[in-house]
Design a protein around this ligand. Structure first.
Ligand code: ASP
Length: 352
């Protein structure tokens, strides 16, 4: 009896040791783009700061614990506040990530990023990274120089998520404030609070605590290696703009976007993607000219449904389903690299 108990303890210890050793051998590449996580201010007690100041090496040195979790390497891709994120940087990031995985330079990737457009970068990468390996975005609401900066803990947590074998095949994710979100449904909901990222319809997919991640949901829309979108030969994306509905809204924005050469427009409607008569007429004129118009909603949750309050056949529109306007723009830009057929674009909005 005693002997078998001793054996069991030995097996448990060996398994524990192997799992830890495996995790420590996981190669995590950190791609830095800037943002508040790399932000520096003049005084620890003041909120004012400049985003994207600290280089990658200083960020990594600030969290020595990450080197116990995985084999870490870092690369500076950009040094910007994410309000300056651009299609050019997105394409650069996507190509580099696909190259890192193709050349087997890393097993997982963490991207440090400003929080303002983090959800957009996450969803763009979710649609164009052709591998099922973990890609995790992370940021901070307080600059690195602030009292109780949240960046170091968030970075540690992001590495925990990236290095965990359970994180494979879940699409691109975002780790902030001890929660893990899927790229498709996460959104920034508060301009200053640490608890800003939410998935308004579905909640986080996992929780991080004590350097461990636990998953509770598995998103079903995560193209990974099956993605139809290939940006390897692209240097730009078709122009898509966003217009916004409010009481008595004037349609000038839609007309101007069409004039400027937009191939697509996301219309952020009220309620179930609705609009007043003036905007209805401007949208109808746009779709008649072949511009693909997607109806989204300005409400923070729910979805936009086909043929309910608005007759999409008559108006020539596509619905965003549950994508918010900024993410609908990303899917529409990528969809337009393949087709401008309204029915095919609509299928993509129900599939990705
Ligand atoms: N403006 C900053 C950025 O998005 C805010 C942040 O990182 O939280 O880069």
């Amino acid at each position: 009896m005693k002997r078998s108990l001793f054996k069991l303890v030995l097996i448990v210890l060996a398994v524990g040791f192997t799992v830890t050793a495996l995790a420590q051998n996981t190669r995590v590449k950190i791609l830095a783009t800037g943002g508040t996580i790399a932000g520096a201010g003049a005084a620890a007690e003041r909120a004012a700061y400049t985003a994207g100041k600290l280089p990658i090496d200083e960020l990594l040195n600030a969290v020595p614990q990450i080197h116990k979790l995985a084999k870490i390497t870092g690369e500076q891709v950009a040094s910007i506040g994410s309000q300056d994120m651009s299609i050019e940087v997105w394409l650069k990031l996507a190509k580099r990530i696909n190259e890192i995985f193709a050349k087997n330079e890393a097993d997982a990737i963490v991207i440090t990023h400003g929080t303002d457009t983090q959800e957009e970068t996450a969803y763009f990468l979710d649609l164009v990274v052709k591998y099922n390996k973990p890609v995790v975005l992370v940021g901070a609401m307080r600059p690195a120089t602030a009292i109780s900066a949240d960046g170091p803990k968030n970075l540690l947590d992001a590495v925990v998520v990236a290095a965990d074998p359970k994180s494979q095949g879940r699409g691109v994710m975002l780790a902030m404030n001890e929660r893990v979100f899927d790229a498709r449904s996460v959104t920034k909901t508060n301009s200053t609070s640490l608890e800003t990222f939410l998935s308004t319809n579905f909640g986080p997919v996992g929780l991080i605590y004590d350097q461990k991640v636990q998953y509770y949901y598995n998103p079903v829309r995560k193209p990974g290696k099956d993605t139809p979108y290939d940006v390897s030969g692209l240097t730009s994306l078709p122009r898509v703009d966003i217009a916004y509905m409010y009481a008595d809204a004037d349609p000038t924005a839609i007309e101007a976007f069409v004039k400027a050469g937009a191939k697509g427009i996301v219309f952020t409607g009220v309620g179930n993607g609705n609009m007043n008569k003036k905007n209805y007429d401007a949208i109808k004129a746009a779709t008649s000219k072949g511009v693909v118009v997607v109806r989204a909603t300005r409400t923070p949750g729910g979805r936009v449904t086909l043929h309910d309050e608005v007759d999409d056949d008559a108006l020539g529109t596509v619905v965003s389903d549950d994508l918010n306007a900024q993410k609908a723009r990303i899917l529409l830009m990528l969809a337009l690299t393949k087709t401008s057929d309204k029915a095919k674009v609509q299928d993509m909005f129900f599939q990705y």
